[in-house]
Design a protein around this ligand. Sequence first.
Ligand code: GUN
Length: 283
Amino acid sequence: MTAQLIDGTQLSKQLRADVARHVQELQTRGVTPGLAVILVGDNPASQVYVRNKVKACQESGLHSVLETCDAHLDQEQLLARIQRLNEDPSIHGILVQLPLPAHIDAHKVIESISPAKDVDGFHMVSAGALMTGMPGFWPCTPYGCMKMLESIGYDLRGKHAVVLGRSNIVGKPMALMLLQKDATVTVCHSRTPDIKNLTLQADVIVAAVGRRNVLTADMVKPGAVVLDVGMNRNEQGKLCGDVDFEHVRQVAGWITPVPGGVGPMTITMLLVNTLEAAERTLR
Ligand code: GUN
């Protein structure tokens, strides 16, 4: 058996076309959704990510501003910038690219973003809304994973989902989203004994550890859905995920590739959240 691919590039194209249509509609009502992206320092990976985010905004007709700051920017200056953006009516979403330099308290920075503009979904208000099933912004990567499952018509009710990784950005919110759709959810992490025993029982596996070959073919039940959130490089410098793709695809029913899987969906959901933030200002 060879797994069917869930093509994140193709799905993103469709969803971004929907976003672009909605942006045009909003513009007829006098609002252009606006996203502000703040990058502190010169982390090369972060530079690529923020450039891609700003480019995606432009392609879908959103207004976007990129604020780059010196790595030595002090925390108070950063908080003042965010405060200015919180008060700017042309900006509906604010994203501070992580990681931040060590001298800045990332938690304090995230909490300074207005929850109404927290399109990354990292604020405690957003996390609390997700946990309690109330309206709020969902973190873009797990939200993108849910859209991928939806795109294949996958019904999570009563299914066993195993999430590998417990980060605040992916693992924990992913588990809550799957639970909200009535899956039975297991979260595995570095202290979990015998992970293979758990993944072999899984109908859905989300790999979000940040290490190559965390999920190998012998760990996957035939026909399972495998979503690969990883973004790693192999010895040749080639982008690869957390999943041993070539072997796992022989066992799984569905699988997301890297690149071209979850990655493009993360940016797409950022556009969706920014559009939603702008729409909420009109309600
Ligand atoms: N760094 C890695 N992923 C993300 C993300 O989704 N949002 C932000 N702000 N920073 C990140």
